[in-house]
Design a protein around this ligand. Structure first.
Ligand code: HEM
Length: 521
């Protein structure tokens, strides 16, 4: 036998051994991990969404991305569980829970073991800055402490008198009346976002952005939404920097994403420097910005411009992404349920007896404020809409240490935890067999008081030490706007078969907005 054929023989034997061993290992691993990702430790005493050997639920998760929350809802109902594991290659391991005991535990009882996602903070820092929303520990504490004073009863009342009612007049008399008389379609979601941004900006930073009627700062609103989407893509899609580069090469004329981030930073920097100058000249202010500037962080140092940037952008972010979406979904639900709208109108009439064209006592701030606090049915309608369409659809944390949940689920250090608020609001075990129906009556108890949930079965504003600090303001803002709009206008979908579905993200907007016609009542 020649040396070359001996070599060939040896090579093929080696190839057979290597190939056989690889196949053997693959077969062994496939048997060990038949429905989850390879090397996953699934011994957590929680049911698991079944996937494929070694890759887990990768394909299911990719396919369901656009309807992520519904997929969780269906999987939880199918598995007949309130806590489940979803394990996929390439996607961080996640434990999803809607069990009120667990939710109460990780958001409240043992909240310090469940921290904000560090990777999210790192990827989104260009947008959010390094402030309240994305931090834990000292930084979070000092930012929260400095913000909270703005949400006292006195400040909220002042906001009502000096800002909200005036903005409502612009929204109705200058904008919506125009659409009503022209009979043209409008995107209600977009309009309400601008309305809330403008109002809260005047409240927090004493500046009228005039984006509602006079169409100023529209580039700011665009940059805001593009940069938010971009920073989420940076977190979720590793190819984002390559896509950015391609966009830059293919569309050299259009504004690059970096220029849009610059727009946000320049906008915030201008506000900060103007304020520093005015304060130096002895002008007095009583808003968010001045409170931050007067306060110090936990080490006694003044807040930096970066801290102030995160406050400004954070406020615009919550303003544009929560209350307006809650309001848009509520009006959508009322369009779909005319009998409920009729009942709401009856409650509004009881508080504001018919007064011709002077709707709602011509928007008298004191009357409105008092009514908005008391109107039970309006609260029930708003809550019921947020039950089905929570503005913040999921709460995510990372476990700092191993733990054991009240339902027996074992938690490992580093696990990602999701409370899917959307799936929880639609769960039949929690809300009964009519859970998918829009029924505001479920919020009104036999003794005519409003049901208040505090045990972890509806954390729409979160709970525990990180509960939303804007909750009271959001209710007052939401209810006042709702009753004003419903009393003055009748809304209808511009196309009766308009597809209304949510867009995936940190919040729950309607994909493409809500296109409506508006008529004066
Ligand atoms: C319907 C309206 C709103 C809903 C449903 C809502 C919901 C929430 C939720 C669920 C969280 C917790 C997020 C998490 O920890 O992962 C949160 C946090 C927060 N919200 Fe709201 N929010 C609303 C409106 C507002 C408004 C109007 C403001 C202020 C202008 C505000 C300010 C904040 C702040 C500052 C935090 C961070 C608190 C912290 O981490 O300590 N929210 N909100």
């Amino acid at each position: 036998m020649s040396t070359s054929s001996t070599k060939e023989g040896l090579l093929s034997v080696t190839a057979i051994i290597i190939g056989g061993t690889a196949l053997g290992i693959l077969g062994f691993l496939s048997l060990k991990y038949p429905d989850c990702r390879v090397f996953e430790d699934v011994q957590r005493d929680a049911p698991q969404v079944k996937g494929y050997p070694l890759i887990g639920t990768f394909f299911q998760q990719r396919k369901e991305y656009g309807r992520f929350h519904d997929a969780h809802h269906e999987q939880l109902e199918k598995l007949d569980t309130m806590t489940m594991i979803n394990s996929s290659i390439g996607i961080p391991f996640a434990i999803i829970t809607i069990d009120p005991r667990n939710v109460n535990y990780f958001l409240k009882t043992n909240y310090s073991n469940y921290v904000k996602d560090y990777h999210f903070r790192k990827k989104t820092i260009a947008f959010f800055g390094d402030g309240l929303f994305v931090n834990d520990g000292k930084k979070w504490k000092s930012h929260r402490r400095s913000s909270i004073k703005m949400f006292s009863t006195k400040s909220i009342q002042k906001y009502f008198d000096t800002v909200l009612v005036k903005e409502l007049k612009v929204l109705t008399h200058q904008v919506l009346d125009q659409y009503a008389s022209n009979g043209t379609t409008l995107d209600l979601q977009d309009l309400l976002s601008k309305f809330v941004i403008n109002s809260l900006f005047r409240f927090g930073f004493g500046k009228d952005l005039q984006i509602l009627a006079q169409k100023q700062h529209i580039h700011l609103v665009e940059s805001l939404s593009n940069c938010l989407e971009h920073s989420l893509n940076l977190y979720l899609n590793p190819f984002t920097p390559i896509i950015d580069m391609m966009n830059y090469i293919l569309h050299p004329q259009s504004k690059s994403i970096h220029q849009q981030y610059d727009t946000l930073h320049q906008f915030a920097n201008t506000i900060i420097s103007e304020r520093r100058r005015d304060m130096k000249n002895g002008k007095q202010f009583d808003d968010f910005l001045s409170q931050y500037m007067d306060n110090t962080d936990e080490d006694g140092k003044p807040f930096t411009d970066n801290d102030l940037y995160s406050l400004i952008i954070g406020t615009i972010f919550v303003a544009s992404e929560t209350t307006p979406y809650a309001l848009t979904w509520t009006i959508y639900n009322l369009i779909k349920n005319p009998m409920i709208e009729k009942k709401l109108l009856a409650e509004i009439d009881a508080y504001f007896p018919s007064d011709g064209d002077n709707y709602l006592g011509d928007l008298d701030p004191i009357k409105l404020y008092e009514a908005a606090k008391k109107m039970k049915y309006a609260h029930a309608v708003f809550n019921e809409s947020m039950r089905l369409y929570p503005p913040v659809p999921a709460l995510k944390r990372i476990a700092a240490e191993d733990d054991l949940w009240p339902d027996g689920t074992k938690i490992r250090k580093g696990d990602a935890i999701y409370c899917n608020v959307y799936a929880q609001g639609r769960n039949s075990k929690i809300w009964g067999s009519d859970c998918l129906e829009f029924k505001p009556e479920r919020w009104i108890l036999k003794d005519e008081t409003l049901y208040k949930e505090e045990k972890g079965q509806w954390p729409v504003f979160a709970m525990g030490p990180r509960v939303c600090i804007g909750e009271r303001l959001a209710y007052l803002h939401g209810i006042t706007t709702l009753i004003t709009l419903i009393r003055r206008y009748k809304f209808s979908l511009s196309k009766p078969n308009q597809k209304v579905e949510y867009k995936m993200g940190l919040s729950l907007p309607i994909k493409g907005g809500l296109k409506v016609y508006v008529e004066k009542r």
